[in-house]
Design a protein around this ligand. Structure first.
Ligand code: ADQ
Length: 545
């Protein structure tokens, strides 16, 4: 049942308020060291938390130092899904993993969330494992919880609404209750090991009400939220039934972060519709005495590392294989999850139009679409898949030759290294989401280019990345002719212009990388707490003794 191996014993349960963690590393497979998530020995007396019982959690336990931890504040990252590194398995480094690792670099930290497993057994405590100085703490969900919270409200309602697709939402009261219930479960489990000086950073739309639940359990910690996906305008947000219980719950965070200024401003407009809400400073709002700051923090990538990876990958046998398979064709690349927000159909239609109006390019260019399947549960998934495969078949049938296939279509994940090599080999990246919080593929493509001979990025104006990557050819994915024209321009772009466009984008990403994102966010979160008198008043209020 466990996603990772337990060495020599099952995890030690210490009672409702302490959880066991297992240290693995150089001595894996021999003796495992058990300790509480607070860094204390498993056998020692547990420290009651300020949980539903209202007791204060102690901090600064000297035994933490003895076990190699830190007495400083811990950073607790909470996300729906936790990617626990599996021993012996290659881990796919998606955007979330890279973001969490950047935030936890040089910090003592815990990554808490769902294990990805369905289990009907109600357990009081998360399972934890420590790898490379990060403690992973995971819980399972029951089938019903998973259906209502994840498949239900998060995937079928919040995801489409926040991506401006009101038409796709499938709301039900049962899912709404399930979503709130699972958020309460997360809060209960997290509450059990939260220390008074922990800093909590919650990721994404699955967990919007979490701060409210933690506050209800007496936690006064700095708690921040970051929305990885877009935030739709006010009128669209208000199509969510009982939106105050979910979107309104963001006012229990000290800081609510968004990908772009546009997303932030959309949420600001929503905040001002909450009865009694007022703006107290330019980006700070007060609701029922609580203050919430909002901000734009564009997520990014490990730019320098990615550029190095791509340089090396370009010399790999895999890259050679791809180059050889192209037999002199120019390469246009699309990399996305097969998801209705990513504009895959629009991309195929634009490529179709490009070949139609530019017959001189036939047999000289190939579109490679790499679309691994995830979030396969979303409604319309099979509809999209059918539409995409039918369209690709039509284009390949119409223009293809025995010796040339216009569109290559791959439904598989690749390692980061392999993907970086493909980016580097591509003359053009066609990144055309209909709506995207950021879009890391666009940033990875820029980082992976050879600065002396870079490719061209064609980017949808509706990706958050468009606000930063101004050297791209920015297109409206709904305007097929314009995308086809941009594609033609990109393929024929002279070297000096490609360099002129690429250089500043790369420089921007080298500075505004994922580490900078994490630092900027956490600094802003810390700033929201520089009002000690208010905090002590609050503490006194909650602890009358
Ligand atoms: P996504 O929409 O999943 O997440 P996106 O920005 O598109 O994220 O990045 C996808 C990541 O997956 C990239 O790092 C990419 O390299 C990787 N990937 C894609 N195809 C792959 C393949 N075939 N093999 C291996 N890796 C592959 C959400 C929001 C985005 C936001 C991110 C981060 O929807 O708007 O940018 O979070 O905040």
């Amino acid at each position: 049942m466990l996603a990772y191996e337990l060495i020599g014993s099952s995890l030690v349960a210490l009672g409702a308020l302490s959880i066991a963690t297992m240290r693995v590393g150089a001595n894996r497979g021999s003796s495992a060291l058990y300790r509480t998530i607070d860094g204390r020995e498993a056998a020692s007396e547990h420290v009651p938390g300020r949980g539903c019982d209202g007791e204060n959690r102690q901090r600064g336990d000297p035994s933490v130092v003895e076990f190699g931890g830190s007495v400083g504040p811990r950073l607790i990252i909470v996300s729906n899904r936790v990617a626990v590194p599996e021993p012996g398995n290659r881990q796919m480094a998606g955007g979330l993993v890279v973001a969490v690792k950047a935030a936890l670099r040089n910090r003592t930290g815990v990554w808490f969330g769902w294990s990805g497993k369905i289990d009907e057994t109600e357990t009081a405590e998360p399972r934890t494992v420590e790898r490379n100085h990060i403690t992973y703490a995971v819980i399972d969900l029951s089938k019903n919880d998973f259906e209502e919270y994840y498949h239900g409200l998060a995937s079928r309602v919040l995801w489409p609404i926040l991506h401006y697709r009101v038409d796709l939402q499938e709301y039900s009261r049962a899912d709404h209750s399930g979503y709130l219930r699972v958020n309460r479960q997360f809060a209960d489990k997290l509450s059990a090991f939260l220390r008074e000086d922990d800093v909590v950073w919650v990721y994404d739309y699955h967990l919007m009400p979490l701060a409210r639940e933690l506050r209800a359990r007496g936690h006064l910690n700095p708690i921040g939220f970051f929305l990885h996906i877009p935030c739709a305008p006010l009128d669209i947000l208000r199509t969510l039934p009982r939106h105050d219980e979910i979107l309104g719950a963001l006012t229990y965070y000290d800081l609510a972060g968004f990908q772009t200024e546009n997303d932030r401003d959309n949420f600001a407009a929503y905040l001002l519709t909450i009865p009694g809400a007022k703006k107290v400073r330019s980006l700070t709002f007060e609701v029922e005495g609580r203050q919430t700051r909002i901000g734009a923090f564009p997520v990014s990538i490990e730019t320098a590392t990615y550029a190095r990876l791509a340089r090396n990958a370009a010399r790999s046998p895999f890259a050679k294989e791809i180059k050889e398979s192209l037999t002199g064709l120019r390469l246009v690349l699309g990399v996305d999850r097969l998801d209705c927000s990513k504009g895959i159909i629009q991309r195929v239609k634009a490529f179709d139009r490009f070949l139609e109006v530019n017959p001189e390019w036939r047999s000289r260019v190939a579109l490679l679409l790499i679309t691994p399947r995830r979030r396969s549960d979303i409604k319309n998934f099979s509809a999209i898949e059918n539409e995409v495969t039918t369209l690709i078949g039509k284009v390949n049938g119409r223009y293809g030759e025995a010796s040339w296939t216009p569109i290559r279509y791959v439904n598989r994940s690749h390692s980061r290294t392999a993907l970086s090599g493909i980016y580097r080999a591509a003359d053009v990246a066609l990144v055309m989401p209909l709506r995207d919080g950021m879009n890391l593929v666009a940033k990875e493509y820029v980082a992976a280019q050879d600065p002396d001979n870079p490719g061209v990025l064609v980017l949808s104006q509706f990706a958050g990345a468009a606000a930063e990557l101004t050297g791209a050819l920015i297109v409206n994915p709904h305007e097929c002719d314009a995308v086809a024209a941009a594609l033609k321009r990109a393929l024929g772009m002279p070297l000096f212009e490609r360099r002129e466009r690429h250089g500043p984008m790369l420089e921007h990403l080298l500075v505004h990388n994922i580490e900078r994102w994490a630092e900027d966010y956490l600094a802003a979160l810390a700033e929201t707490r520089q009002r000690p008198s208010l905090m002590s008043e609050l503490r006194a209020f909650l602890s009358p003794s």
